[in-house]
Ligand binder design. Sequence first.
Ligand SMILES: NC(=O)c1ccc[n+]([C@@H]2O[C@H](COP(=O)([O-])OP(=O)(O)OC[C@H]3O[C@@H](n4cnc5c(N)ncnc54)[C@H](O)[C@@H]3O)[C@@H](O)[C@H]2O)c1
Length: 467
Amino acid sequence: MFKFRFILAASLAAVVLSCSGGNEYGYKIKDNKIVYNTPPRPADQQSMLGFACDPIENVRVGFIGLGMRGPGAVERFCYLEDATIVALCDLYPERVEDAQKILDSHGVPRAAEYSGEDGYKELCAREDIDLVYLAVPWQLHTPIAVYAMEHGKHVAIEVPAATSIEECWALVNTSERTRKHCMMLENCCYDFFELTCLNMIQQGLFGEIVHAEGSYCHNLDPYWDRYQGDWRMIYNREHHGDVYPTHGIGPICQDLNIHRGDKMDILVSMDSGAFKGQETADARYGKGTYTYANGDNTSTLIRTRKGKTLLVEHGVVTPRPYSRMYQVTGTEGFANKYPNEGLALGGEPLKDVDVEDLDAEEYMSDAARDALMEAYQHPITREGGLAEKAKEVGGHGGMDFIMDYRLIYCLHNGLPLDQDVYDAAEWSSLVELTEVSINHGSMPVVMPDFTRGEWNKIDGLTFALKK
Ligand SMILES: NC(=O)c1ccc[n+]([C@@H]2O[C@H](COP(=O)([O-])OP(=O)(O)OC[C@H]3O[C@@H](n4cnc5c(N)ncnc54)[C@H](O)[C@@H]3O)[C@@H](O)[C@H]2O)c1
């Protein structure tokens, strides 16, 4: 944990609170703002912006973490022609065996098996693995990902990729030094509505996007008992802040070209009390055993360098309908995903689509929305019938398969990945930044720049397609 050190200088108007703890990636408080350090890039590292590795004919994959999430990925990879499942690893050998049965059911050869706390090290030592795919508890994401990159592997990490700013920098620095991809598996960026809206935004239908909202509001009551070693409840119990921000922030950062022309600059976070959270902890561990930290609802506002605003929300304990909100407000139109997918456009649609007169003060009819969605389907989901295949294979309605397909497609064709290590760091950084803001009475946080000054170097987000 950080060690706080006050530096009081009577001659300075501002009070500077230095929070170093020997950590060069810490923050100080200056003029009532929390300001994170961005240390210079070490000489043996290069930027990973736009990075592509040589094409990999067949991507050999090792899976680590086969609990609730991992086996679904194993199953999806059975459908990917340009990938081979080489190794499976979990703490528990019986979970590895269950995953082997998935391979059996698809007529795919069994994979090498690893188990125990350090089994992942043996997996990473193998020379015949190109990509390590991680679905372990949050606390292990960065340590295992760094280990895998150090052993010459590209990594794909479940969300969030990191739980602290120090870990975010560890991912960036290791990826830059080893020249290995480090992609966070932010699947919500691949849902059909989000992808189509992204395409519409890039083609100008919404005008300039001025505000966007995203959330993860999901009552996890049916799941708490199922996380291995209680890792998720422990994390929520011990931390304020938006501990699971990436489903909310990911798609809207793509819409706003974050680190591809704009930068998240200032963040302010506020949480409610832990009313239901404390009740849940009391019921689980006995009244008063633990003080539950995480607010029942956490709201975070971010302003970008170009003057756009984002609102991100998190809530996992109250009984309420699921909402992974995705909402964009532009100068010419509006899109909203939960509870119903709706579009409202003031301008004329660019493509030749037969819709009624548009009036942005009301949602257009479902028929008009569907016609526009069809006309603006994102090119990556048209490629090779991917949309249809994804719906057949499944995984949150298909978006998980699109994500895995794109990851392998880009590696196979030697293309830059859709999400880079800076996305992983920026989106995951909210875990610590929101907590620090809340712990200082919702003080504004000047967000770190993981690209080290290069956030304006790339002009807009592109999903690479082979020529
Ligand atoms: N993107 C999504 O939609 C989505 C959905 C669910 C979960 N997730 C993410 O997936 C990850 C896993 O979540 P989950 O719900 O499957 O949790 P889980 O507890 O069910 O699974 C974690 C697995 O990791 C294994 N593990 C723990 N330590 C290990 C070690 N040292 N080596 C190898 N394996 C180890 C556990 O035995 C367990 O099987 C989390 O990061 C979570 O946020 C993402």
